[in-house]
Design a protein around this ligand. Structure first.
Ligand code: SAM
Length: 409
């Protein structure tokens, strides 16, 4: 048994969530919980979890920002892709867009505004469904979308389990899968073991400690066979540690079951399995607190975001098992450029400053567009598109950049 003792921050906030997690650990067999259970509580405990406590952590004033915090361009370009999907599906009505993990609702507003303005026929057929597990964020989303709601736009909030299994449209998410709780595993004397969280209570101080034990479920070892990774010595060194996102596989299965005809569009940080589980990469767990990132999930408990990158190979394979076809995988930079981001940059370069639009605003807008395609940042995100029951062979606009790239090589 190996332990890594981690001193809890004592100056962060009332230690309520620490107490809740400690209690859960004490009541659990062998006084330990899986890292996935720890992450689940830290992020989603209904009262004290990171996503339950307040809706202000995302954005310029919060802990991290996402593509939709850089302005409306991201949502407008996505709207163009959704409108083409509607056409390729032969103009279904209702055409359902399901956004899962909608944060503060900014992306929903940008997409709905762009569809209404630029693709009114598609907008007229639209039902917009949000699947969100944080009640605090649902309130924020309802506030953001109040004008659309007042005007009678069909917007619904639904539990994952309660969705109808007959959706025609597109199921999409931005930075959802990286927020699902992951298990942590480690190679210990050539054996795959699991990292658990336990507590050490000494001198009236509580410390979370990591404990290595047998796998809590055989699915963890099966996962590596599933994605074609052989964690053998000496290629993988003893102590090699990484994450496994079993929740993403369940998510993919449920999404596929609910989709009758249409697409699944997933945007997130991540890589295919061979890059994700490269012997030199020791895990991808990242924590975000006030725009600083680090890798200690036991700090600022309930006050910081915890994420792990997405294994896109696992999503593709699980999708195929569940009846989805892989339409294409590309990077966010190529995806947005194919949808017209480059034209926006060119137009900005040619637009003179006016009284209505100062030079500072033009520069700010240009920076935002560059950030969306920055190869060292958001531009390197993966974009996976899968489909079910789509007959058209017309390429999706967002994947044209990838197709051109592949043909060049
Ligand atoms: C990192 S935030 C991304 C928010 C937003 N998509 C954006 O780009 O700004 C993750 C979002 O996923 C939500 N979420 C996480 N797990 C979920 C689940 N199982 N069902 C629904 N929403 C979930 C969180 O509450 C939060 O809204």
């Amino acid at each position: 048994m190996q332990e890594k003792t981690v001193q809890l921050e004592t100056n962060s906030h009332p230690r309520t969530l620490d107490t809740v997690i400690t209690q859960r650990i004490i009541e659990s067999p062998d006084h330990k919980i899986s890292f996935a259970e720890y992450m689940e509580l830290a992020l989603y405990h209904p009262l004290y979890g990171y996503y339950a406590s307040s809706s202000t952590q995302i954005g310029a004033a919060g802990d991290f920002f996402t593509s939709c915090h850089l302005g409306a361009d991201f949502g407008e370009l996505l709207a163009k892709q959704f409108a083409q999907m509607w056409e390729l599906l032969q103009h279904p009505s209702p055409f359902t867009l399901v956004e899962m993990g909608a944060g503060q609702g900014l992306l929903a507003v940008d997409i709905l505004t762009a569809l209404q303005r630029n693709f009114p026929d598609c907008f007229a057929c639209l039902t917009y469904v949000i699947v969100e597990r944080s009640p605090t964020l649902i309130q924020a989303q309802q506030h953001q979308l109040r004008q659309f709601l007042a005007a009678g736009t069909l917007i619904d909030w639904c539990d994952f389990a309660d969705l109808p299994s007959s959706i025609t449209g597109c199921w999409f998410s931005n930075e959802l899968i990286d927020a699902l709780p992951v298990h942590q595993v480690v190679l210990d004397a050539g054996q795959l073991k699991e990292v658990y969280v336990s507590v050490n209570q000494q001198n009236s101080q509580t410390q979370f400690v990591e404990v290595i034990g047998d796998l809590s479920t055989p699915k963890l070892a099966e996962y590596f066979d599933f994605v074609g990774i052989d964690l053998q010595l000496p290629l993988y060194a003893d102590g090699y540690r990484t994450e496994v996102n079993l929740a993403a596989l369940d998510w993919m299965t449920t999404v596929a079951a609910h989709l009758q005809r249409g697409y699944v569009l997933t945007i997130d940080y991540g890589y295919p399995s061979d890059r994700y589980y490269h012997p030199n990469r020791l895990g991808t767990l990242q924590c975000y607190f006030q725009h600083q990132h680090h890798s200690d999930p036991y700090r600022h408990v309930g006050q910081q975001d915890i994420t792990a990158h997405v294994d896109f190979t696992a999503l593709v394979k699980q999708g195929e098992l569940s009846g989805l076809n892989s339409v294409g995988y590309t990077k966010q930079a190529l995806f947005l450029m194919a949808l017209g981001l480059g034209d926006r940059l060119t137009a900005l370069g040619q637009s003179p400053a006016t009284e209505a639009r100062s030079i500072q605003e033009i520069l700010r807008h240009r920076d935002a567009l560059h950030n969306l395609i920055n190869p060292l940042g958001l531009g390197d995100f993966g974009v996976l598109i899968q489909s079910k029951g789509v007959e058209s062979t017309v390429p999706l606009i967002g994947l044209m950049g990838e197709i051109a790239n592949t043909q060049k090589n």
